[in-house]
Design a protein around this ligand. Structure first.
Ligand code: NAD
Ligand code: DAU
Length: 348
């Protein structure tokens, strides 16, 4: 039912959510062909798609979404574009905002222009709950104002606003999804959950920003992929769809659960200097996507167990990442980052 998808472009399909989405699509749309356009930045990894290398339905193109010629070439003839490509890490965007502006803003504009020029029937912008900013209680709906706090979320917000401006100006057939924090297989070990699982497995310190009381709403990546697919198939053009995890936890809770699941020494926990501008809590309501028929399948408890098992079974995958460019990043980000707090009570 819903929108026809014979040829699907997935940008950022060699990253965490994008690669999970490619697996999802090839299962759920067996007659479709999928083109992945990915620049293979530090976060892109062809190993994520390795099990699909002999699948004739999948084509991989290495290229930049901010390059108009490349984009025009790959987008031609597609029924739908799902834009996952982004610089996705808040800490890196704080270190240097150049790449988030390039990809999350300029890249989005180039894609939108190509969709318009070549009359592509449908475009889905994959965005984030971070664009709403932080709130101490309650939850944001899709019509709430945007108040991003860091360069990453500011550039995601700019991308969303460009999409909505093209809808308004050109009647571009575009939709936006905004999900909460994802976790699951293939997530780069720079992010909280995989960093802590893999550090625990290596008996390395578990860095907790501030006092660990910041709250995130955790969504299993497979649930997010099902919801994003559904929005592409059945969502209303010009609309925004929040996708919540319904699993709010403090960072300290998450770290302590990882300590239990990996059976590492709890003394590995380290409170370190907080992230500048650290949003205290994200929370969204997702009635609109539920009205399309979406229901999450993963509980946080089962999802965390599955994720720990996945990282246990894929040690080569994350060891190769941690041994490369990441080692320098990690030293720069964490070395000499002394503790600021030791008890709950972060800032909004
Ligand atoms: P990721 O960093 O794991 O993957 C990003 C992918 O995009 C990589 O494969 C990278 O090589 C590619 N890429 C980067 N710049 C590119 C460019 N200029 N051209 C082509 N490809 C490029 O990110 P992720 O966590 O999988 O996030 C995917 C999308 O979902 C992003 O748009 C992000 O903002 C959004 N999102 C992520 C989360 C989360 O918790 N991870 C939550 C909500 C929304
Ligand atoms: O909310 C959706 C967003 O979630 C996505 O849009 C982003 O792409 C994604 O990276 C994620 O952003 P966060 O900043 O919330 O994710 P991160 O994994 O970096 O951090 C999660 C929380 O854990 C956050 O409060 C900071 C904290 N943290 C993170 C790291 C890496 C730590 O305490 N220690 C750490 O070492």
């Amino acid at each position: 039912m819903g929108f026809t998808m014979a040829r699907i472009l997935v940008t950022g399909g060699a990253g965490f959510i994008g690669s999970n989405f490619v697996y999802h699509l090839l299962r759920e749309e067996p007659d479709a062909s999928v083109v992945v356009l990915d620049k293979l930045t530090y976060a892109g990894n062809l190993e994520n798609l390795q099990p699909l290398r002999d699948d004739p339905r999948l084509q991989f193109v290495r290229g930049d979404i901010a390059d108009p010629d490349t984009v025009r070439d790959v987008i031609r003839g597609c029924d739908i574009v799902y834009n996952f490509a982004a610089e996705s890490h808040v800490d890196r965007s704080i270190q240097d905002a150049h790449d988030v502006v390039w990809t999350n803003v300029r890249g989005t504009q180039v894609l939108l222009d190509a969709v318009r020029e070549l009359a592509i029937p449908r475009y889905v912008q994959v965005s984030t709950d971070e664009v709403y900013g932080s709130r101490a209680s309650g939850a944001f709906t899709e019509s709430d104002a945007l108040q991003p706090s860091n360069p990453y979320s500011a550039c995601k917000a700019a991308g969303d606003l460009l999409v909505l401006a093209y809808v308004r100006t050109w009647k571009l057939p575009a939709l936006v999804t905004r999900s909460s924090n994802n976790y699951g297989p293939y997530q780069h070990p720079e992010k909280l959950i995989p960093l802590h699982i893999t550090n625990a497995m290596e008996t390395k310190p578990l860095p907790i920003y501030g006092d660990g009381s910041n709250v995130r709403d955790w969504l299993h990546v497979e649930d997010n992929c099902r919801a994003i697919h559904l929005v592409g198939r059945q969502g209303v053009e010009g609309e925004i769809y929040n996708i919540a995890g319904h699993s709010e936890r403090s960072n300290l809770w998450i770290v302590e659960r990882i300590v239990e699941l990996t059976r590492c020494d709890p003394r590995l926990k380290r409170f370190v200097q907080d992230r500048p501008g650290h949003d205290f809590r994200y929370a969204i309501l997702d009635e609109k996507v539920r009205a399309l028929g979406y229901q999450p399948r993963w509980s946080l408890e089962e999802g965390l167990k599955q994720t720990v098992s996945w990282y246990r079974a894929h040690e080569g995958w994350w060891q190769r990442i941690k041994g490369g460019e990441f080692a320098d990043y990690y030293r720069g980000q964490y070395e000499g980052r002394d503790a600021e707090h030791s008890e709950p009570g972060g800032t909004e």
